[in-house]
Design a protein around this ligand. Sequence first.
Ligand SMILES: Nc1ncnc2c1ncn2[C@@H]1O[C@H](COP(=O)(O)OP(=O)(O)OP(=O)(O)O)[C@@H](O)[C@H]1O
Ligand SMILES: [Mg+2]
Length: 248
Amino acid sequence: MSDILTVKDLNVYYYMHRGISGKKEKLHALKDISFSMHEGEILGIAGESGCGKSTLAKTICGMNKNFTGTLILTCKSPQMIFQDPAGSLNPSKKVGWILEEALRSGCKEKISKEETEKRIFEAAEDVKLGKDLLTRYPYELSGGQRQRVGIAAAIIRKPKLVIADEPVSALDVTIQAQIMNLLKSLHEKHGISTIFISHDLRVIYKLCDRVIVMKEGRMVEIGDRDAIYSAPKEEYTKELLLASGIGE
Ligand SMILES: Nc1ncnc2c1ncn2[C@@H]1O[C@H](COP(=O)(O)OP(=O)(O)OP(=O)(O)O)[C@@H](O)[C@H]1O
Ligand SMILES: [Mg+2]
């Protein structure tokens, strides 16, 4: 199976201005990250808050150009699904408009009105969002429905790679399960390679083929799901498993 993504020696620094002196503070957010991802794989990224998961996601998606190292993507425009669908959807626009915007953004060719409509209906159907919801505003939807809109917006341009950054963390447990099943079914139906980020190893277990464990900007461990969960090599991975209520 060919690789869809290769990351080699990736380093990201953030520079922050401090006070009136204008002194810059430097934060080394990603440290020597190297891994590759197979086409069609679901790769989990786990690690506690602040370890650099979102920084890695944004850098892979091209939202952070300030990095050193190598990033090779064999597909165009990976798409992101965010934790907080309310924050990532334009509150003043109806769902249909939001999906149309997602379809057109970054797309140079002109898409006909009929094609646009067809693609919006297809995306809505893929995420099991009733057509009647297309004329609603995001605030008129439940949290789970809003996340379905966020997922539809991410897949409407038929990306080969999707990065879901804590997509279920803001949802209650039953809705979490529905959204996870949805991501799994989209992966099966369209073969979308998926990076799934979560601080919760129980959630990662349900979905992912392989897992990366991160700590303080570094990769601590990478391996097949069952190996990581049944025989973690690193002490930190064991701690994280225990913190997620897994292991003895
Ligand atoms: N734009 C930014 N400017 C400066 N520092 C940042 C910026 N974004 C993130 N950071 C810092 O980089 C580190 C990694 O943050 P990041 O958001 O990648 O972590 P995370 O693993 O996604 O955390 P969480 O689980 O809370 O979402 C943190 O110390 C954070 O404060
Ligand atoms: Mg994050």
